[in-house]
Design a protein around this ligand. Sequence first.
Ligand code: IPE
Ligand code: IPE
Ligand code: MG
Length: 250
Amino acid sequence: MKASRRAEPPPRLDPTRLPRHVAIIMDGNGRWARRRGLPRTEGHRAGREAVRRTLEACRDLSIEYLTLYAFSTENWRRPADEVEELLLLLHEFVAAEADDLERNGIRLHISGDLDHLPEAIAAKLREVMARTCGNTRLVLNCALNYGGRAELLQAVRRLAEDAAAGRVAPAAIDDATFARYLYTDGLPDPDLLIRTGGEQRISNFLLWQIAYTELYFSDVYWPDFDATHLAAAVEAFQGRRRRFGGVDVG
Ligand code: IPE
Ligand code: IPE
Ligand code: MG
């Protein structure tokens, strides 16, 4: 008998062992578009719908933190018209979703260098961050103009300034002190990192924060990603044994 093409039912998940923080490298928009004979920007447009679906799916699963890698410090190397389109889509997304974020208890947080983005986008992002800062149901952390090395370097620079000014004693700098200088200050480290699009690399994402994160790679192109794929990743996560360098208990 021919195998059914019907989608698998969502796997059963253990509600007591959900990841608190899921981070996603949303990759494969360009290849999704190329496969359809469309310009890359159409892939980014379709990717925006996947962001909406994923945000909703995370809310339904009661995940507390969702970090999305939207634009890296290295993505400036792309053709100017693609960069412009990506930033325009981001601006449109945040403007269009602001009311929904506010209504649905979602707090927008940005990780990345806002000061070197076009002023109109930076202003809109700051406005929506301020509007949603009291929300507690889900934190949407958007990694935008973000690079892991750039993040570490700005942290080291500010920490060195504080040490030179006598505000921090070098001997007292520990993990927690350092983490306060990162863009992710106040957010727990990701429990699960998903990369779509088939590549198995980190591409300068959250270098400090993923020390003990479980990694999950999917061949699905980001515009095709939906609640079923998220559930499959969470199911895989629930099958892992996290040891943090120690030994299994129980
Ligand atoms: C991810 O898709 C979107 C961003 C990096 C902003 P890509 O544009 O990298 O798509 P591929 O990897 O070329 O298919
Ligand atoms: C990672 O994807 C960056 C984002 C998803 C924003 P890239 O497509 O830029 O990564 P590489 O170039 O394949 O490593
Ligand atoms: Mg890519």
